[in-house]
Design a protein around this ligand. Structure first.
Ligand code: NAD
Length: 487
């Protein structure tokens, strides 16, 4: 197994730093329940060092020619691609996700974000508005200053890159706090940005639990916070940011609907349902965990779904053949098993899975699980499980399924499968979700805005829209005439 113990816990002002007085943080390889790295949570002096250097670096970076900022980000993207194998192995060890996923979805999508925003850095222009008599107003898009990124544990490297790339392209600096469960990937991004030519302090990584995140969010030197996490944490962080009238991006949880009409391509729909529930062992915020299948095709859909789910290869995530790895932690595994028990107790019909796989009892595994006969009021149809548990519900009527799909406090994502294009657009237009798919699911290219409505979040990541969330407009009135006054 690769040695992934970092030189020190934090990366500040261009170098690794340590303060062993901080609370212990252990990274555990979830497939074997073994400690792979031992780190420390940030102490107040570590947090202060990160803030001071981020303030300093931002002044220098914000004044740099945008095209030169872009060049650094582009170089970082190239380095990530060249080191993809190593970075993917670290991600697999830190999270337990199969190497066949991390090789294509994690550092690789981070590199895409850095490359995309590298190209946009020099395109951030303002507007000119004539206002009469030769006077005019022009606008300048300015950086916000020091931004804080706080990550979840399911896509540690991708989350760090999705936040850092637009923040840095727009001229900000960033302090990133990874999830305490997955501290490793962001440190590699910090190393790589320095190698690519970023000034020390531009992207600092501090480790820690929620208290470290809270200390960063409330510091007056911080202009913005971007959180990827659960709704309860989002509410706390949003409230803390509001006290300082700070900008926020909130990428929170979901319970998204995937609606499959009776004219859908059945094999594609089954593939999408599998990807939307079992990829990353179901630890994906935008997962389509409420699968509404039209009554006319539900028996055929379930038959194919169960037959294909039975062939999933569950195993060591470092093995290239493995398709399903463990969950990130013992606590998460136990939480998911609890939801499965509740599903059974409330009358859902377990079609496949539902257990810890007998051959994998040393890690935090749960079998891909399908429940049929799920009704809207059941716990497994209402709460975010964040594990490989699919709930299949029936429907017969378009208006009815739209109303039921929207009957949730979440609004992150939604998908529709149908061969009828008019219906696809009509249904999508009425779904309360920020990120939608027609005849596919969970594809998140950097070109497309990503984010939620309702309790699933505020703001957007990726696409040009992300730059708006990491910049502010200065409006400048230019007079060409003498100024008159009343007296
Ligand atoms: P979490 O809310 O427990 O933690 C998220 C991060 O917030 C962690 O780094 C944690 O240390 C930090 N934190 C906790 N309390 C804090 C506080 N008071 N102040 C500042 N920071 C604090 O989430 P998790 O369990 O790590 O991740 C799973 C959740 O994340 C799920 O709900 C999932 O849907 C969501 N998620 C959303 C997206 C998205 O893009 N919408 C992506 C991935 C995960």
């Amino acid at each position: 197994m690769r040695d992934v113990q970092p030189t020190a816990s934090h990366f500040i002002d261009g170098r690794y730093v340590e303060d062993v007085a901080g609370q212990s943080i252990l990274s555990i390889f979830p497939a074997k329940n073994v400690v792979i790295a031992s780190l420390h949570s940030a102490t107040p002096s570590i947090i202060e060092a990160a803030l001071a250097s981020a303030v300093r670096a931002q002044r220098e970076w914000g004044a740099l020619k945008p095209v030169l900022r872009g060049r650094v980000l582009r170089k970082a993207a190239d380095i990530i691609r060249a080191r993809n194998q190593e970075l993917s192995e670290i991600e697999t060890l830190d999270t337990g996700k199969p190497i066949q996923e991390t090789l294509v979805a994690d550092a690789a999508s981070g590199a895409d974000a850095l490359e995309y925003f590298a190209g946009l850095a020099a395109t951030m222009t303002g507007e000119t508005m004539p206002v009469g008599d030769g006077d005019f107003v022009y606008t300048i898009r300015e950086p916000l200053g020091v931004c804080v990124g706080i990550g979840a544990w399911n896509y540690p490297t991708q989350i760090a890159c999705w936040k850092a790339a637009p923040a840095l392209a727009a001229g900000n600096s960033m302090i990133f706090k990874p999830s305490e469960l997955t501290p490793l990937g962001a440190l590699k991004l910090a190393e790589i940005l320095i190698e690519a030519g970023a000034p020390p302090g531009l992207f600092n990584v501090v480790q820690g639990y929620g208290d470290v995140g809270a200390a960063l969010v409330t510091d007056p030197r911080v202009a913005k916070v971007s959180l990827t996490g659960s709704v309860p944490t989002g509410k706390k962080v949003y409230a803390a940011a509001a006290a300082g009238v700070k900008h926020v991006t909130m990428e929170l949880g979901g319970k998204s609907p995937l609606i499959i009409f009776d004219d859908a391509d059945l094999d594609s729909a089954v593939s999408a349902a599998i990807n939307a529930n079992f990829y990353s062992s179901g630890q994906v915020c935008s997962n389509g965990t409420r699968v509404f299948v039209h009554d006319a095709i539900r028996p055929a859909f379930l038959k194919r779904l169960v037959a294909r789910t039975a062939t999933a290869i569950i195993g060591d995530p470092l093995d290239a053949a493995t398709q399903v790895g463990p969950l990130v932690s013992e606590a998460q595994r136990n939480k998911v098993l609890g939801f499965i028990e509740t599903g059974k107790a409330e009358g859902a019909r377990l079609l496949i899975g539902g257990r810890v796989p007998p051959s994998q009892n040393e890690g935090f595994y749960v079998e891909p699980t399908v429940f049929a006969d799920v009704t809207d009021d059941m716990t497994i149809a209402r709460e975010e499980i964040f594990g490989p548990v699919m709930a299949v519900l029936g429907f017969a009527d378009e208006a009815d399924v739209i109303a039921r799909a929207n009957a949730t406090e979440f609004g992150l994502a939604a998908g529709v499968f149908t061969a009828d294009l008019a219906r696809a657009h009509r249904v999508i237009a009425r779904l309360e979700a920020g990120t939608c798919w027609i005849n596919t699911y969970n594809i998140t290219p950097v070109e497309a805005p990503f984010g939620g409505v309702k309790l699933s979040g505020v703001g957007r990541e990726n696409s040009r829209a992300a730059l708006d969330h990491y910049s502010q407009i200065k409006s400048v009135y230019v007079a060409s005439n003498p100024v008159a006054a009343a007296y």
